[in-house]
Write a protein that binds this ligand. Structure first.
Ligand code: FES
Length: 157
């Protein structure tokens, strides 16, 4: 399209800078915000609940998500206790993901980046190659949204 580069950005020559082109939201995107559910009880045996690294991860993710559309909530146990620390990402009309092996001191930014990518992706599906490093390493499950699935069960292209 004239005036746009390959990423859909429009050059405003009088200001010598790029500005984003407003587009109509895709009907394939998740209908609601991406919910980041953080297990606050993930901890090594013998560790007190109040000192659980899962609690620390929750606080780090909540802080990293400030000012974004992501919602962060705590839960006690996602039943993947061998992969501490763990989270899930879910949204109406979007894939649900479960991740583990997260580091509260390192991975909160990757969690929020993944949540934001899910919000923009068709059916909330972010391909493995496009995920932040911690989300590639820690993937446990991906589940299609209840209201969408192709005949052959393939993921969105
Ligand atoms: S205690 Fe965190 S998944 Fe079970």
């Amino acid at each position: 399209m004239p005036g746009l580069d390959r990423q859909g950005w429009h050059l405003a020559p009088w200001r010598r800078e790029y500005c984003i082109v407003t587009t109509t939201p895709s009907p394939d995107r998740p209908a609601g915000p991406v919910i980041v559910t953080v297990c606050t009880s993930c901890r090594a045996p013998g560790t007190e609940l109040a000192e659980a690294p899962g609690r620390k991860l929750f606080e780090a993710v909540a802080s990293a998500a400030e000012g974004t559309d992501c919602r962060v909530r705590p839960t006690q146990c996602l039943s993947v206790c061998k992969r501490i620390c763990s989270i899930s990402l879910s949204a109406a009309g979007g894939y649900t993901f479960v991740f583990g092996d997260l580091d509260p001191d390192r991975d909160a930014g990757d969690v929020v980046a993944m949540a934001r990518a899910c919000a923009e992706a068709p059916h909330g599906f972010v391909p493995w190659r496009d995920r932040p490093e911690a989300m590639r390493r820690g993937i446990i499950a991906r589940v299609p949204p209840p209201d969408w699935s192709p005949e052959d069960g393939s993921a969105p292209a």
